[in-house]
Design a protein around this ligand. Sequence first.
Ligand code: ADP
Ligand code: MG
Length: 318
Amino acid sequence: MPSEFSLIQRYFTRPVRHTALGVGDDCALLAPAPGMALAVSADMLVAGRHFLPDTDAARLGHKALAVNLSDCAAMGAQPRWATLALALPVADEAWLAAFAQGFFALADQFNVDLVGGDTTRGPLNICIQIMGEVPQGQALRRDGARPGDDVWVSGTLGDAALALAHVQQRFCLDPAAAAALLPRLEAPTPRVALGLALRGLAHSAIDLSDGLLADLGHILERSGCGADIEFAALPVSAPLRAYLDQDLVRDYVLAGGDDYELCFTAPTAARPAITALATPLGLPLTRIGCITAAGGLRLLDTDRQPLPVKVTGFDHFQ
Ligand code: ADP
Ligand code: MG
């Protein structure tokens, strides 16, 4: 049986690129650039709650880091460092090798140094902390939305929730749709470049982890305003659109979690600049409504008549 220390050495110790001291001492030593604020966030993935215990380990390594990178993206922060706290039932080296491969492939893509963590025996649990840099005063916060702002989302909505329903056999997708949508659930792409490009353009931003209604609701609450959202404007993927006549799928678009797209608000004057980002980023950016002084979130049909809002986002304690 390999020791804890040889596992850390073998799987989680890599040369660092922009860190004074990485894995191996009591603390890592980090030096943010002058004028930069540290943007810090942690996300925990618990087996049986956030993922099925038999999920492919490489995809899990990717996803565990991706959801953290998504938080950096939502703040307009450049991800720089991560820590990894891991509880494992057994020291399964094939699992660790695959997990580390998925983790470091994404870390390399975003130039993130793994600088420390903790490794212990226990029920499978992955907790990653991400640290990024953002120029002081330029972070994209939840409390900056203003009446008259456009509300935008990146990418498409509901794909991950529909894929999860398929995996859990609550919904049957045709094989081509399943193949197209599964990566949206298991290997989401954090919208880091978009977050960086939105500095100075967006008034507020959030990443969509719990569903559009819930996450936009956080912006509205923190900003003290409301929103009118047009259902027909919500961007959906081609494979999901084929199922959009089903109420369940419409609910996934409105309130399905795990898409890790960005929802942001920006003044109408920023429309040309935001529209111009889509092509270089290779990412659709869609205006879905506007921020109102009146509180509450209103969902409108194509005739601007209110639609009932029955669904809310995911809450671990409800
Ligand atoms: P301590 O006893 O001070 O908590 P550990 O023995 O737990 O130290 O860890 C030794 C070193 O390895 C530390 O630098 C720690 O940050 C790092 N480390 C432990 N587990 C991981 C991991 N899963 N990924 C990255 N670094 C890790
Ligand atoms: Mg320790």
